[in-house]
Design a protein around this ligand. Structure first.
Ligand code: AMP
Ligand code: MN
Length: 333
């Protein structure tokens, strides 16, 4: 095998392998509003556990985004806000805290926590945190290899979609040679990168294009040209026929402007409550800004939920973002 033993032969991974082999009934879950990494990691692991005879149920609080529905097995994921049934272990992927699952009743079980979000609360009976993984899918790949399960086409597709989406299509600084080594192995096992990219990114409805155009027309850029903001409210979605659920990747548009180093996307979630998505380039740490508002994520992709009207929410978020941009400019200068 061509893998780096330092990454695949270590205590948390050995322990996870042993606990999986010793148990039979599994529940796999991930975070609210599951993204490509959540779904890809869950499905790849589910296929691997089933390949060695395990009984696996996948339960999420929210459905997968539309672009992920054509992937194998995704339509069988159960949507529930409670874990009903008996399980020998619950595997929680991509969650820095158990509450991020939105699924109640998990603490009754033996919890295996596998995550790459900085600040993971180590809430499991077994915890494997790797902040250097570009996607949780990289960690799941290691679990599959440690179980000696041959990588099938289905597993490979899911590992690949996890990495593709969680790296912002290979844009983020979390990328490593290992990321590409895993992608290479996924392609060798039958993942079709063209089909995956077309399916996740090119499955738009007309409503999405109209809504995207309305959102991008709200673009504002600060006088330095480095911070862009866009916004979305309920009325825009109603008027265009677009849905909040299929805006994956839109936040990256303003980042394609050369001068823009960070983007904030303000989404009206309910009256007086905004979900704020943050993205950045290079060393600019938007996670530290999200954390100031009770959120989290990664250096280049983070989010938080803030109460208030749009002007008040912007007035809170924009200054710390400008500070983060300025801090990085000093470090690099
Ligand atoms: P999003 O902008 O929703 O795509 O989220 C970007 C990243 O930030 C993902 O890794 C999310 O898991 C994380 N994130 C978003 N909102 C929150 C939150 N309220 N608390 C913790 N992490 C979050
Ligand atoms: Mn992830």
């Amino acid at each position: 095998m061509t893998q780096n033993p330092a990454r695949t032969d270590h205590e948390p991974l050995r322990r996870i392998r042993d606990e999986i082999l010793a148990r039979h009934r599994f529940l796999i879950t991930s975070h609210l509003k599951p993204d490509g990494d959540s779904i890809g990691s869950q499905m790849a692991l589910a296929y691997a556990l089933r390949a060695i005879g395990k009984d696996v149920r996948i339960v999420n609080c929210d459905p997968a985004q539309p672009g992920l529905l054509p992937f194998p097995g995704v339509s069988d994921i159960e949507i529930a806000s409670r874990a009903d049934g008996e399980f020998d272990a619950v595997i929680v992927l991509e969650c820095s805290e158990l509450a991020r699952t939105g699924v109640a009743g998990l603490e009754r079980f033996f919890v295996i926590n596998i995550d790459h979000h900085a600040g993971n609360a180590m809430y499991g009976a077994v915890n494997w945190f790797d902040g250097g993984a570009a996607a949780c899918g990289e960690m799941v790949f290691d679990v599959i290899r440690s179980l000696d399960v041959p990588l099938t086409k289905e597993m490979a597709m899911h590992v690949y979609v996890a990495i593709l989406t969680d790296t912002g299509s290979f844009h983020f600084s979390s990328l490593s040679p290992r990321t590409f080594d895993i992608c290479r192995q996924a392609l060798e096992a039958g993942a079709d990168p063209v089909w995956v990219a077309r399916t996740v990114y090119d499955s738009n409805s007309i409503g999405r294009i109209r809504l995207s155009s309305a959102i991008l027309s709200t673009l504002e850029v600060d006088p330095s040209g480095r911070l862009a903001t866009i916004r979305l409210d309920r009325e825009m979605a109603r008027a265009t026929g677009g849905s909040y659920d299929d805006l994956e990747g839109l936040i990256n548009e303003p980042l394609t402007v050369k001068s823009v180093l960070a983007v904030a996307f303000f989404k009206e979630w309910e009256p007086g409550v905004y979900r704020v998505s943050l993205r950045s380039k290079g060393e600019i740490d938007v996670r530290s800004v999200a954390q100031q508002f009770g959120g989290g994520g990664h250096k280049n992709a983070a989010g938080c939920t803030v109460a208030g009207d749009l002007a008040a929410v912007c007035a809170q978020i924009v200054p710390p973002l400008l500070v983060a941009i300025g801090r990085s400019a000093q470090t690099n200068g």
